[in-house]
Design a protein around this ligand. Structure first.
Ligand code: SF4
Length: 361
């Protein structure tokens, strides 16, 4: 377990043993502040804990205070190329700045951002992406590197950037080392955490769609988080940001790092299954997602199992469970059998039981 420095971002902390935070990024035009606020509010409702917005120009920077005033979770401004945008975002009241020093320009430009952040006591995330390494930009073309060499180079460039901030006695730093491939991302983060104790934002750049992107992110985050590396994460997906938040929570839950909302345990079905279990599980999941209470409510394990082979065991182990039989299922609550339920009533009965438990919490 790597103990990192605890950093405050708005009304929450990351690092230093705090829970791994789930974050996302809006996909609206930030300048369109009304739709950006709406998207953030929706994400707040499903458990997003930190939100980042792109700030591509000065008019977008100028609406950040409106967005900040109308949302609850910490607001992070994502800045590239232009130090003036970062300073304006800080003046507008954002809770954190994310920069890639590699494209901000001179050391003096970075120093101007650091001074402004220091004055307002907000942290800076320094993000180094494999695709924008300085060493890659050669006049005669791009250099191809092995994951190990690339990871080492990412860490080297990150530490050079950190030193600029440290030279100014600024240590409210969060870092990220992202690549679009899993081996480089894992190696870079493993190498970095042995050198510095700043909290780490985990991410895979350009991860892909809901399917491939979730698999890539889970592969990298699973290994790193299991080694105690990573203080906040974003599952970047070519999808609506809701999917990023849901995937983030699912990863943390699967690793046993955080429990929140309803976890469905269901069997894959096989030739022994006597019910239309796959359809039932999807119906239940759809209903749970439609209720705004999930997945941000108290944690509950709900098992839906196809037959008596593993059914009773898993159903007993869950808070609420059904072990399937021919056309019916045996409902378990807190490990005890309660009653038989016909197959067509499983979803409604489970929803009713969930609501009963949640009322008591
Ligand atoms: Fe098959 Fe029963 Fe196992 Fe489900 S619980 S996969 S139906 S053996």
């Amino acid at each position: 377990m790597y103990k990192t420095k605890k950093i405050r971002i708005g009304n929450i902390y990351i690092g230093g043993g705090e829970p791994v935070r789930v974050q996302s990024m809006t996909k609206t035009k930030t300048l369109n502040w009304r739709s950006t606020i709406n998207q953030i509010k929706k994400l707040e409702n499903i458990g997003c804990e930190i939100i980042r917005v792109a700030v591509p120009n000065m008019s977008s920077a100028k609406v950040l205070s409106k967005i900040k005033k109308n949302t609850k979770i910490p607001l992070v401004a994502d800045i590239h190329f232009n130090w003036q945008l970062a300073v304006e975002a800080i003046n507008q009241g954002v809770d954190k700045i994310r920069i890639n020093p590699g494209n901000i320009g001179s050391r003096e430009n970075i120093e101007k951002i650091v001074l402004a952040a220091k004055e307002r006591k907000i942290p800076i995330r320094i993000g180094v992406n494999a695709g924008s390494l300085k060493i890659l930009k050669k006049s005669d073309g791009w250099i191809r590197m092995s994951p190990k060499d690339r990871a080492n180079q990412m860490v080297k460039e990150l530490i050079e950037n950190i030193k600029i901030l440290e030279d100014m006695n600024f240590s409210d730093i969060v870092v990220s080392l992202k690549a679009n491939d899993v081996p480089t991302t894992i190696l870079a983060n493993q190498i970095f955490c042995k050198k510095r104790n700043y909290p780490i934002h985990l991410g895979i750049t350009e991860a892909g769609t809901e399917f491939s992107g979730v698999i890539k992110s889970t592969s990298a985050f699973g290994i790193l988080l299991n080694q105690g590396i990573g203080d906040t994460l974003r599952v970047s997906l070519s999808a609506i940001p809701d999917e990023e938040v849901k995937a983030g929570w699912e990863i943390l839950r699967a690793l046993g790092l955080r429990r929140r909302g309803i976890e469905i345990i269901s069997c894959p079905t096989c030739g022994r299954c006597e019910t239309d279990l796959i359809k039932i599980v999807h119906q239940l999941e759809k209903k749970l997602l439609a209720t705004r209470r999930s997945p941000i409510d108290a944690p509950l394990k709900v098992a839906i199992m196809g037959c008596i082979v593993n059914g009773p065991g898993e159903a007993k182990d869950a808070d609420i469970g059904i072990a399937g039989g021919k056309g019916f299922g045996l409902l378990f609550k807190n490990g005890n059998p309660v009653r038989k339920i016909p197959q067509n009533k499983w979803v409604n009965e489970i929803m009713r039981e969930i609501k009963n438990v949640q009322k008591k919490i």
